[in-house]
Write a protein that binds this ligand. Sequence first.
Ligand code: SD4
Length: 335
Amino acid sequence: MIGRREFLRNSLLAGVGAIIAKKFKPLWPSEVAFAKSSKQVSRPVLISTWRQGIAANEMGFKVLSEGGTALDAVELGVRTAEDDPKVMSVGYGGLPDECGHVSLDACIMDWNFNAGAVAFVQKCKNPVSVARKVMELTKHVFIVGEGADRFAKLMGFPEVDLLTDEARKRWLEWKRKASPNDNWLSPEENHDTIAMLALDKEGRVAGAVTTSGLAWKIHGRVGDSPIIGAGLYVDGEVGAAGSTGVGEAVIRTCGSFLVVEYMRNGMHPQKAVEETLKRVLKVNKKWIDKDPNFQVAFIAVNLKGEIGAMGLRKGFQYALYKDGKNQFLDAPNLI
Ligand code: SD4
């Protein structure tokens, strides 16, 4: 048993030690926050946008359980949506542009700032995997259009006609009703891009986004989804963020990058997505005020496994795999 005097001496020394440590080895605010709550670390975590996120998370968890990394989890996770023709806003079966052509956009990013992206892909149903090939096998980040289809073919991806009978039927109906007042921006017809983020047990974080973009868009239009910093951003020392909704609004604010920067400065992911949506609202107010369907939403995760999810308007839903449970949840909204 230690005596009172020894106890006081020890506490004094510990106090002095702490002061010296503080003086000579400053902790950054994020390190302090991490140290304070490191006991609450929860891994793995998978978070994906909209209903198709449920299947994506299931697949992502399977991949992680079989020894895959966070990167493998997001790639194979979002492919479940790309392959499903019933998901009419992603991959095969996606709704076409105003000319009846389906064009796909996707990107992927890992915890070491490696990134790959493709846009305006018209012949391959798994653009996320083509994006991963761009990331791993080339010195480029972003390949678009004919070049992206050519690259996909070279990489051995089969050529596919992406327009299903159902999507064509919907396009014909839209054309019949189309008016000169359409602004091509209303996400009413589809708002189900999948963005997926994963944090694996080892603390590696990665993300992927894949979409057929806004339905009936102008031929050649590309949104935020394949743009690193807009539709997705990952920083291995901080966390990751991804978006869904009207891409133009996200591009104008570098949305996902902003979420990650807010987290870097110590914000909880929930606060980070909220602050970013406030910025989106401020910058895009003139368009948002005019259109009650104008939706933008973000998801985010930090290295402790804390998450954020929020929509500009009511209605945004996401799937969260955490602590062994895969749940489908309603996100809060800003306005
Ligand atoms: C885009 N952000 O092309 C995509 C569309 C989307 O949910 O997310 N829909 O602008």
